[in-house]
Design a protein around this ligand. Sequence first.
Ligand SMILES: CC(C)(COP(=O)(O)OP(=O)(O)OC[C@H]1O[C@@H](n2cnc3c(N)ncnc32)[C@H](O)[C@@H]1OP(=O)(O)O)[C@@H](O)C(=O)NCCC(=O)NCCS
Length: 304
Amino acid sequence: MTSVHLDTSSHLDATAAADVLALAGRAADADGVDAISEAFRLALTSARAEVSHVAAYAAQSRLVGYAALDAAGSAELVVDPDARRQGVGRALVRTLFASQQVAKGVWAHGDLPAARALAAAEGLVSTRELHVMARVVAPGDDVDPVLPEGFSVRAFEPGRDEQAWLEVNGLAFASHPEQGSITLQDLQDRMAQDWFDPAGLLLVEDTTVTAADGNHPLAASHWTKREPGSSTGEVYVVGVHPAYQGRGLAGPLTGLGTAHLARQGVDAIDLYVDGDNTRALATYRRAGFEDAAIHVVYGRPSAP
Ligand SMILES: CC(C)(COP(=O)(O)OP(=O)(O)OC[C@H]1O[C@@H](n2cnc3c(N)ncnc32)[C@H](O)[C@@H]1OP(=O)(O)O)[C@@H](O)C(=O)NCCC(=O)NCCS
């Protein structure tokens, strides 16, 4: 193995951050998938980010690998395509897991054969699988499906619907590692993004019940996302209040969002769903989505 020096720090200077981005770019070209996700990419240059960076240097201080660990215990790592099969990945994995802070594990975006092999060689197992599913938009997709009797749909109104949406989201995603803990601030951060469009955040209400303030209870919602100018849309967050699950809402709810995106003129729609969410996987397969990629978290066999 090449002699590699590992340098762990809580902050990267601008040159080191640029070197990491260049390395990640070369790896993405070689692998066809980004090893470093958007959150870790932003953390490279943000002073606020609570991320621990591990840079692997070969002779003449040449950066050959990089790993990062966030405060929640998730890590990512990448080795320069020119420096692979020389023990760099193994050294980074061992350093990450030696810190005892990798509570969740290491993301392997695209679950590439090399990542699978490295994980197996280090005794790590898949602890979470995130599926990317996709479908093309076909003629007729722009027509809204019919909701079950007693439900109607309307668009989210900023300033009116935040609390109800947060409550249903929290209940629908109670066991989800990220989505279930979204706060008002998180919601407002997303609403401030240039892609946010209240018309694409669809609320399904139970019209058989009317509260004193005239509102109907929120039963479910489908938040769609489309970056400005993009020809691809996303099924961003779909949630049904537990009290309304099992009443046939999931299919039409999915269709309302895909119809909205189709009317926006997108050619294709994708989504992310956890591999153990069998009901959601089945709903999306029925709606014509197929597996496009898989992201795997590798952790210790005992990891939750
Ligand atoms: C996965 C990755 C980090 C491996 O880095 P690396 O420095 O080439 O890995 P190492 O040289 O330390 O390999 C350690 C062991 O992993 C296994 N391994 C790594 N790459 C392999 C490959 N392409 N084929 C088969 N086995 C492989 C082998 O058992 C290897 O030991 P050996 O060389 O003695 O046989 C690198 O390919 C990469 O950056 N991929 C893209 C990003 C990614 O998938 N990150 C997630 C990692 S969990």
